[in-house]
Design a protein around this ligand. Sequence first.
Ligand code: 9MR
Length: 752
Amino acid sequence: MRTVRIHAAVALGATAALSATLLAASPVQADEDPTEHIVNGGFGDGSTGWWGSPVIELEVTGDERLCADIPGGTANPWDVIIGQDGVPLRGGESYTFSFTASGAEARPIRALVQEPVDPWRTELDGRAFLTEEAAAHTFVFTAGADRDDAQVAFQVGGADEAWTLCLDDVSLLDGAEPPVYVPDTGPRVRVNQLGYLPDGPKNATVVTDAADPLPWRLADADGAVVAEGDTAPSGPDATSGQSVHTVDFGGFTEPGEGYTLTADGETSHPFAVSADLYEDLAADALSFYYPQRSGIEVLDEIAPGYGRAAGHVGVAPNQGDTAVTCHPDTPCDYALDVSGGWYDAGDHGKYVVNGGISVHQLMSVHERALHAPTGNPDRAGDSTLRLPERDNGVPDVLDEARWEMEFLMAMQVPGGEPLAGMAHHKVHDESWTAIPMLPADDPEARYLHPPSTAATLNLAATAAQCSRVFEPYDAGFAATCLETAETAWSAALAHPDEYAPATGAGGGPYDDTDVSDEFYWAAAELYLTTGDAAYEDAVTSYGLHADPEVFVPSGFDWRYTAPLGALQLASLPNDLSDGARDALLGGAAQYLENVGTHPYGLAYAPVDGVFAWGSNNLVLNNLVVLSTAYDVSGDEAFRDAVLEGMDYVLGRNALNQSYVTGHGTSDAVNQHSRWYAHQLDPSLPQPPPGSLAGGPNSDTATWDPVSEAALAGCEPQFCYVDDIGSYATNELTVNWNSTLAWVSAFAVEQLR
Ligand code: 9MR
């Protein structure tokens, strides 16, 4: 028998799966005399105490192992279960759950300790990869609540082919050493792990308790010292709980690879000084979208390593998305073809408000390239990205945007129906699916959720922008976009308070009860496209117009879109731009100050100090504001703040973490995704290069069980774990990548 090293020991919710190696836990028992809580775990008494799903028969072999033939052709792990009920757990107690198993080589199974009834709250959601030879598997977890009647369940369904499982030595012992997550933060000298532009700012951070300045030296790839100086102590940092110094080596301008910075006896990860620093990132961040597409086969020759069948094109076991009707709780008498678009994130849902801000930012990559002084329309022009529409005479970024726009337009309620012209808020599965789950394998029923004013205004705004940017390439499509936008606008005016609820199963809520900001953004886009006085009046009638305070300290995202309207009016040609520019420069000043005064150059200062879900996106959206301030003013301080702000995302942070897959020495690679689920199934890929992780989230009320198990008591910058189960800190999404793509597109054009 082989012994498999100890596994992660975390509790996970129904939407997440287990990390295999997240937590270092000692198998040594703290209690010398732990109690066994499994009945007949050695099967000396036949199968007493155990039950199985009706599709299997439990057999106990002569050498006292429990074996069962597991049928092939099931979709979900929970389609075949072996379990034991009535297991007592004490909240706060740590347990060692272990078993020996053999089965099909590399077959993943789920080992759960959980509530025995809906909502099946889990205390442990472990994953074991089986071998043909029997091997031991061990998990350590801390129970979150007292449960007299917990259930131990092995979920073993989901295989195409039949196989045979044998279990032995199933054990649940109390008195375990609680698992502790300790991030590997590497050297205490923190740099942008990609590097720096030759003529750009160059800042680093040293974690040290030293009170006085320390000498630093910059070495080239051969180890020769090329610059030196002294650090600047900056004292305690509230976002990390660390004492830090800063290093400014902006005076060094010599291009090269493999530089390192040394201070206080520690040497940074290597980095480049290069004018081409952001080229790959800018292309990767946009090429992220093709394998995120729904409704199309992803070709391996275009996205190497990411080829997969089309998802949700009406082919079983998929039930969507070619004729989707309304949720049974809110019925309608029509069905829509809402195939296409992008999957939102690590789930298979498609949500209009989040799709809206995402596609807007992609179209804005193009619009900025046309209008900003440092814009370069060729950069994301035709044949620049990895997608099927290369070489069709249309900028690739617009090809990608059109894929989503057509989906958004398909979400509009048809004429003659109640709420005609509004947009359905979202389409997603009836229940959360297991992870991993390739899009084409999703067996759930999918429904349209009720139209909302926020979704309708997202459609109005983006379709208006679509009309503008597609006019030179496809006038017919541009006209359709404008007609859709105007219909949506009228529908939103007629139904200004249809709010999406905060509840719902199987998909994100994307709830929002203040849509004044969506009205402002949509009016701005319609005005920019048409120049019509009615839209101009609408823009200026909102208190949000020309107000620097729309640029709030916490940044903006899908829920708060007023800054999008303000940025567009400030940066594109129109008669309202003067007031919008003044407001933008006023609002951007605070982010400039934040970057300049923060020892990690952080462009994010939430008022309460709590880092929100997707904080990296909020950081980057503040960089969008700073970039646009540079575009409209030419004030280089704004540009330099953007470049310094990027350092944080790419490694100059408390965790020494690049939050972008494939970029940087210590990059995030386990973002929560049902199909880039390499951490759970080695046959699946990691996320594509250029995938942004959500990032630190210190709002404990929103945490998933992996975050709860790993991050208790964390300082804000430390509230992140690169684990696939940590969807509250480590998901990837279309709206976060659009911001990364936008800022990368800005950065790639600077100081060339
Ligand atoms: O990005 C969303 C974040 O702003 C919300 O606080 C959070 C909780 O509602 O949801 C996030 O969006 C998730 C969505 O609900 C489902 N798809 C994945 C999204 C990213 O985590």
